[in-house]
Write a protein that binds this ligand. Sequence first.
Ligand code: 6GU
Length: 224
Amino acid sequence: MRIDIITVLPELLKSPFEASILKRAIEKGLVEVHFHNLRDYSTGNYKQVDDYQFGGGAGMVLMVEPIDRCITGLKEEREYDEIIYMTPDGSTLNQAVSNEISLKKNIIILCGHYKGVDQRVRDMFITREISIGDYVLSGGELAAAVFCDAVIRLLPGVLNDETSALTDTFQDNLLAPPVYTRPSNYKGTTVPEVLLSGDFPKIEKWREEKALERTEKLRPDLLN
Ligand code: 6GU
């Protein structure tokens, strides 16, 4: 998979890709992530990427021209399956969307900023708009990092134990069951006996029951 990220603040976005699982996925060649600083695509001496909105009103708007230059240049190099705009008015990210996007080959992610982008960018280029929840962030960068993490960890070979993404919370619309590690007795609180039994069918059954119990208690909306 190849991900091209267009942003006015690449420095806000890069560090999540330089540690842990995402770093390893890149090093293993399972995903390529390319950052494009929108300012590098602006024309004129002032490297302007945003401007006041027509009709008046507070807040700057990202201009269509630099974004057009960047996206059009990328599209000349390869075909893109999706051009995604990160915006609080997009559809809310969930595991199903992450699974779907993880199957794509080439995607572009455009990070919104200020009051957003000129509507013509959305009309001309954007195939999908994604939000990470009903609250407002200063820009799309942190949301893009969240989205990329959710997608990249699903790519085959990224997680050590290939089955572990399948047992994630949400993969089957259930929260994950409780987990424990050593010591089995910590200050008098103990690990459920069944987990120490070595009886794997029984352990599996216990985990399913706990997952359901937890979901009913904490997220009953997932069961509808
Ligand atoms: Cl994608 N962008 C911004 N600016 N705020 C958000 C968001 C995105 N998702 C939730 N809040």
